[in-house]
Design a binder for this molecule. Sequence first.
Ligand code: NDP
Length: 406
Amino acid sequence: MGSARKRLMIIGAGGVGTVVVKKSARMDHLYEEIMLASRTKSKCDAIAAEAGPVPVRTAQVDADDVPQLMRLIGEFRPDLLINVALPYQDLPIMEACLATGVHYVDTANYEPKDKAEFEYSWQWAFHERYQEAGLTALLGSGFDPGVTNVFTAYAAKHYFDEIHCLDIVDCNAGEHGMAFATNFNPEINIREITQRGRYWEDGAWRSTEALEIHQPVEYPRIGARESYLLFHEELESLVKHFPTIRRARFWMTFSPQYINHLQVLQNVGMTSIEPIEYQGMQIQPLQFLKAVLPEPSSLGENYSGETSIGCQIRGVKDGKERTVYIYNNCSHQSAYRDTKAQGVSYTTGVPAAIGAALIATDVWKAPGVWNMEQFDPDPFMELLPSLGLPWEIIVDGKLAFLPCGE
Ligand code: NDP
């Protein structure tokens, strides 16, 4: 894209959008102007008022509507676009970027609204068209997916000849003082957790009941927390791009209080995405539930404690067994001091800003549609600490999980 300062468009003015805008607006060596567009313009205005020194313009947009997006992109003429709206909007925004010649970054893979199913096939299908257009699409540049893909690629590059077992462990040991709240969009979060679990073993996907498999995992500076096996989207791209992986799993912590609330909500039908008739209207129970739960962006101020997310990896180097654990701990309070957002929005928004910065500087740029682990992990790893997410690595330590096959 050359060395001149770039124009950046960001779609989605939620918790993650707040962090992406504030972090990117501090990169005045890189950007000349930013536009934040979302469904509710007043939310964009509130974020823009606190961001700078790069000027931030705002606009209202329905990102499900490709012609509307194309008009707005035509007016602002961005070089690249970060999509931090919802996964439902991935395909229309990718279409609009392709039609207008704009590079694309997101943090979550596409999900159809009427089916809780997430996989990369729909977005990978854009690869040839992005290649022909000379455009880069970077998928999943959040924390998980995102940093976890980069951690895996970094370990593969510097510490292993072959990776065999990968366990991604995600702990939120924060206290927000609410009886029940989700840390990112409640609808997307609950769809993810209430699905059947899935993991990769010996060349095939194995399926479990939702939250059926769990065990305590010791997290750095936090201690042991019960961790539940879920399917998570980065498993799909990581087993494809690192074919030596024999077993790949994803674990997330939930408190007993969270699980109790979720079970009650599920039992009474409030987490269903099947529309029901209510006073002459069709409503989706889960969307209604989202409307009554706290907004993730509102959780920041009184949030204490830390998140800890990382990759526990086993494999071989020079014929010897080796383990690596790479992780980041992020305090909700330091995230709030930096951006007035809580830790989960922060750990997602910072990597999105980094992914875009690497495209803007031509460091990570190749025509086509890519997952994070397909680029050189080193420049990304170098930027993480300076933008607020320091990482640590333990080589040949004890892991929480037995080797594959045991
Ligand atoms: P929020 O619900 O807080 O924000 C989403 C924003 O998108 C809202 O401002 C919403 O508008 C806007 N939006 C929704 N639909 C449209 C539309 N049709 N047109 C324009 N704008 C729209 O979610 P989060 O900020 O918590 O999450 C943002 C994204 O980040 C999600 O895709 C989520 O899955 C992803 N994520 C990724 C993580 C990772 O580590 N990779 C972790 C956490 C989240 P309105 O305000 O009007 O509702």
